[in-house]
Design a protein around this ligand. Structure first.
Ligand code: ADP
Ligand code: MG
Length: 481
């Protein structure tokens, strides 16, 4: 056995730990820090220490009972996985509380350790020999503990997505009309958050239900690996054994044929067995390029929900909610309003901005004011100011063609108005990252096919009509300036 142990250690509380083990632990820690981020790592994983390794089981200790629970429920899989990259043979990770009288101290005697396992909560171990469920855990991407329904702020732009996600999470069976549930929207609008929330909810309330969550990217790599290692059959079986399959960022497999093929078969097998699927993408199935037609149509079978870009109210609500989770930090309402107003691109950036302001204030020990906020975020604010909005485009185009701003939203079809409107749609597609349906909405609730048609039409006209090509050149320069 690859454990160094001395007789004296058996009778004392300080065990002799081999340098090898310590070195492995340091590498595991480094890996965890990189994967989970510095903040999570510092709060939950850094306080862990390795105390023993025997019987293919790594034993770790934490200072408090609460931490033990948290680490077990949130990071045990990650710990196990990282240990396995260090030492293939590791089968379990156990977590103990250091010097807590009411909790069993770890035994460093191998025989005793084996005997005492029955009395420990089952959740403190992941035993790979138990197969299926643990294979599912191993295949799944890890879940962010902060991404729960409780931490999700609901507003107009995301209320439907939130409600649908909750329905899926709470229902014991597949939800009629919601299979698959397809959530789409731009980056940083909460798609991944909602998926993790579904997984957390099910793991907590219905642990028998097997949930697998992974990015489409990971799906592809695992699939390729399975093929290479001639384990394609096991791969297929594993995926077909889950009750809820969630694939994040499905746009990743667009254009990747064999992965699409495998995904399609998995998808069909699960739907046929009445299993729930939840999928996210950066745009609707209809707008996704590089997808096979049959996959596109299958993705659109269930409920397709659009997460709209944020509103000022939602951004403010999110900032307030985040602030509540930072006890003792004072941020003037003016600053929150300023941030909600200025950082409108996405929620990830908004959170990042708040964190930066708070971190700066804590570091220099000064109160947060509007001035310090502007200072700390100067670069970010400049970037957000430069970002082109659909309204900017509409204004410039309306002025250029001498039509009213209201005509951008109207349904009038006369050429003198319809053409500039098409130009504006075309520019919105080219100069912003908005999706076709989002652009349609900004033009008085038009269908995405109308936008698509406008983009194609203007592209054609640019080739044929010199005047239009020139107009567009001028407009782009005006809008960008
Ligand atoms: P996406 O997957 O759509 O790119 P994420 O789910 O990763 O976006 O969200 C980006 C960040 O914004 C995450 O930290 C997430 O917790 C946060 N976030 C997004 N939407 C909300 C919301 N409605 N309430 C609270 N936090 C949110
Ligand atoms: Mg995401």
């Amino acid at each position: 056995m690859a454990v160094s142990r001395s007789d004296t250690a058996l009778n004392t509380s300080s065990h002799v730990i081999s340098d090898d083990l310590l070195e492995s632990w340091m590498r595991v820690q480094a890996q965890l820090s990189e994967e989970l981020g510095e903040t999570t790592y510092r709060s939950w994983l850094k306080p862990l220490s390795v105390i023993n390794y025997s019987e293919k089981t790594v034993q770790l200790a934490v200072p408090t009972r609460f931490m033990r629970e948290w680490v077990i429920s949130h990071y045990l899989e990650d710990l196990l996985r990282c240990w396995q990259t260090e030492r293939e043979e590791v089968q379990a990770v156990e977590v103990f509380v250091r010097k807590a009288p009411d909790v069993q101290q770890p035994s460093i005697n191998a025989d005793q350790a084996v005997h005492s396992q029955a009395s420990r909560p089952a959740s403190s171990r992941i035993d790979l020999s138990l197969a299926a469920d643990d294979d599912i855990l191993a295949m799944s991407s890890s879940l962010d503990a902060r991404y729960t329904f409780d931490n999700f702020v609901v507003g107009k732009p995301n209320e439907l997505a939130y409600a649908a996600a909750q329905r899926v999470a709470e229902s014991a069976q597949v939800v009629a009309g919601c299979n698959p549930l397809f959530l789409y929207g731009g980056v940083g609008l909460g798609k991944t958050h909602l998926m993790h929330a579904i997984a957390w909810h099910i793991r907590q309330h219905d642990p028998e239900r097997r949930v697998m969550y992974l990015s489409a990217e990971k799906f592809m790599y695992q699939f390729i690996r399975a093929l290479r290692q001639k384990e394609a059959l096991a791969f297929k079986e594993l995926f077909r054994s889950v009750d809820v399959l969630m694939i994040d960022d499905v746009q990743f497999i667009a254009g990747k044929e064999s992965t699409q093929e495998e995904f399609f078969h998995t998808f069909n097998a699960l739907v046929d067995q009445n299993k729930q699927l939840v999928i996210t993408g950066d745009r609707s199935p209809a707008d996704m390029e590089g997808l096979e037609e049959r996959i596109r149509s299958r993705l659109g079978w269930g409920l397709v929900v659009d997460i709209h870009s944020t509103t000022y109210e939602l951004r403010l609500g999110i900032l307030q909610a985040k602030l509540e989770q930072m006890p003792g930090i004072q941020v003037p309402p003016k600053v929150l309003e300023f941030l909600a107003h200025k950082i409108s691109s996405n929620i990830r950036e908004l959170e990042g901005a708040l964190n930066r302001v708070v971190a700066h204030a804590t570091l220099v020990g000064r109160a947060i004011t509007l001035e310090t906020t502007k200072e700390v975020l100067a670069d970010l604010l400049r970037a957000n100011d430069r970002r082109i909005t659909i309204e900017d485009i509409q204004k410039q185009v309306a002025a250029h063609y001498h039509i009213k701003m209201a005509d951008m939203h109207s349904a009038r079809r006369s050429r003198a108005i319809a053409r500039p409107r098409q130009v504006a749609m075309y520019l919105a597609k080219k100069l912003t990252s908005r999706s076709l349906p989002e652009i349609g909405r900004k033009f008085g609730g038009k269908d995405h096919t109308t936008v698509m048609h406008a983009v194609k039409r203007i592209e054609e006209l640019k080739q044929q009509d010199h005047a239009i090509a020139e107009d567009i050149d001028i407009l782009v320069r005006l809008i960008r300036s």
